[in-house]
Ligand binder design. Structure first.
Ligand code: FPP
Length: 245
């Protein structure tokens, strides 16, 4: 029903999601937090398939932040285990849905088995031409910007580039997301109205969509609602309405 209202000509090219509320969902169900993350992984599968079905070009999911390392050891271990299990289980579906996997973040901080599994699925789906799914893992936007500044500074110091050449394109080229367009629509679930160090540079002109739904409750219909809200808005990029027409 909601699908019919979506204008396929003006879909957001890049959707990013802060998946929040797994813990609260589990608590509401009288379950332990781990069950919330398992239900969250199911929601990931449904939403990725819904995005692929619509023809969304880029979907980026905040799966694990640099700050998430501070969670209790067993919860971190559960999330890492779930990631490996999901990657293994989803490879076939990703292939049949033409999904190409990517990852951004301080990936070298992930456990070796997670790195290996990621690497394998990224390689095996590299030639798929449908939705490009990017998992943000051990990701922090300030860290990303810091490392870009360091890399650019080294190039200036070694006379590889002149300081005058530094512009937005050069900065973009040194971010983890160098191969991705800017975010058009940023979604956050669970009623929190924060950005939490996610894609700070890339969301400069993104439309923000906050919903009270907890992540495990977010489904195809919810994604359609977010896209419909996006399509009702006028994106002016600093211009006036008259200039757009
Ligand atoms: C936020 O819920 C969610 C996370 C910290 C991790 C996201 C992980 C998943 C959705 C599962 C596995 C991911 C993949 C890609 C298969 P929270 O724990 O912060 O919830 P709370 O704020 O209610 O406690």
């Amino acid at each position: 029903m909601s699908l019919e209202k979506i204008d396929l000509e003006t879909l957001p090219q890049h959707i990013a999601i802060i998946m929040d509320g797994n813990g609260r969902w589990a608590q509401q169900q009288g379950k332990i937090r781990v069950r919330g993350h398992e239900a969250g992984a199911e929601a990931v599968r449904k939403v990725v398939e819904a995005a692929a079905k619509l023809g969304i070009k880029h979907l980026t999911l905040y799966a694990f932040s640099t700050e998430n390392w501070l969670r209790p050891k067993n919860e971190v271990a559960t999330l890492m285990g779930l990631l490996v299990k999901s990657l293994r289980r989803e490879l076939e579906r990703m292939t049949s849905n033409n999904i190409k996997l990517g990852a951004i973040g301080s990936l070298d901080k992930l456990p070796k088995n997670v790195q290996q599994e990621l690497h394998e699925v990224i390689q095996k789906t590299a030639n798929n031409s449908g939705t490009h799914l990017t998992l943000a893992l051990s990701y922090g936007a300030r860290e990303e910007i810091k490392q870009a500044v360091v890399e650019i500074s080294k190039k200036v110091k070694n006379n590889i580039i002149p300081v005058e050449s530094i512009d937005e394109t050069i900065i973009n080229e040194h971010l983890y997301t160098q191969h991705l367009p800017d975010v058009d629509l940023l979604i956050r679930t669970s009623g929190e109205v924060r950005i939490s160090n996610f894609l700070l540079w890339q969301i400069a002109y993104a439309e923000l969509y906050f919903t009270d739904e907890l992540w495990p409750e977010f489904d195809e219909y919810s994604l359609h609602q977010a896209i419909l809200s996006y399509q009702k808005r006028e994106r002016r990029f600093g211009k006036t309405s008259e200039q757009l027409t």
